[in-house]
Design a protein around this ligand. Sequence first.
Ligand SMILES: Cc1ncc(COP(=O)(O)O)c(C=O)c1O
Length: 427
Amino acid sequence: MSKEWNLETIAVQGGYDPKPIEPRVLPLFQSTTFKYDSAEHVAKLFDLDAADHMYSRISNPTVAAFEAKVTALEAGVAALATSSGQAATSLAILNICQAGQHVVAASTLYGGTYSLFSNTLPKLGIEVTFVDPECSEEELLNAFRDETRLLFAETIGNPGLNVLDFVKFSTVAKTMEVPLIIDNTFPTPALCRPFEFGADIVVHSTTKYIDGHATSVGGIIVDSGNFNWDNGKYPELTEPDKSYHGLKYLEKFGNLAYIVKARVQWMRDLGACQSPFNAFLKNIGLETLPMRMDRHSTNALTLAQYLEKHDCVSWVNYPGLESHPSYAKTQTYLPRGASGVMTFGIKGGSEAGRKFMEGTKLIALVVHVGDARSCVLHPASTTHRQLSDAEQIASGVTDDMIRISVGIEHIDDIIEDVDQALRNSQS
Ligand SMILES: Cc1ncc(COP(=O)(O)O)c(C=O)c1O
């Protein structure tokens, strides 16, 4: 489908274009394998001289349609769906960074990503330097080394909810000739398309808003096709790959090289693929994504404004609020809405927080965000629990912080539930 369609149209019809008599709805190809007539055809597949499906760890028609739709929504050139958001981030990095090399990352990250960067990547020989995303351009530049191979950040930090300064981050990435990789999970392409602001690669936890109904874990890596890999820093893309008879990815695949390599090398070897059934569900989720993101955003803004005046609440953090430090950046990068996640400080600290979470009736205590149903969590004792106190503060987590993922229910019902639970939490 043409990239010229509007976002809402791509969300419904992108990625799958049936011919006459074919099913109108994207079919679920629940098959590991595909049939061929000749050994020569199979040999061509293994030599990457034919692009047909070979084995569902590498590619599958249902997953491919989902990848094509997300690619079109992000206005990129290619995508690779993965088993989870964590797998997407891991593969996006391992594809261009190896032992002895280095990553610069914003410190305001989802707890699992922070842990991947601070514990697991170093075990593989990849060091990560965290920077305060509000640092100056000079401080950001100073975090780089000769071995730095990428810059990483979230569009909206989870759970700090700071909006990224794309100009600063993309300028520095360009100066240092490394790709800017953005986790765009919270806004989704319905609210922000990072490639328009200089990002080179986007990753998502599709588990969240892209699925939207909390049915399946998944992730995706999308490439803009804009980064120049031929700058001497990425021989894995420009020099022969021994595991593919000396294939040179950039030479053979041009601006698709990054995703082809991630698929045929890393997905082949690590196997963190997305199941066809999950891609089938996520494709249905995508059909309503723009509508849902509008509703999540307006509901969250209304609740945030209500909480700002509530006497049981000491602070409210939502990037759509005028009082928020990121408000100007929200206007620039998220003009259609600031997504559905917000945090607030409850008077009475963690004990009141516990009572609040146990006291909501409509809003469920769930380790999740991005569901059509509203949900609530205490990050310090759950998602960010493995982090030290200092790491929690660096990633924006405090003891009195409650995180709400505001769903698409009627806002009056959400407010009523929050109010009764807040009042009960103070007794
Ligand atoms: C911003 C962000 N990125 C990545 C992830 C990891 O995704 P997954 O749980 O699908 O592995 C999460 C999970 O909450 C997240 O919030």
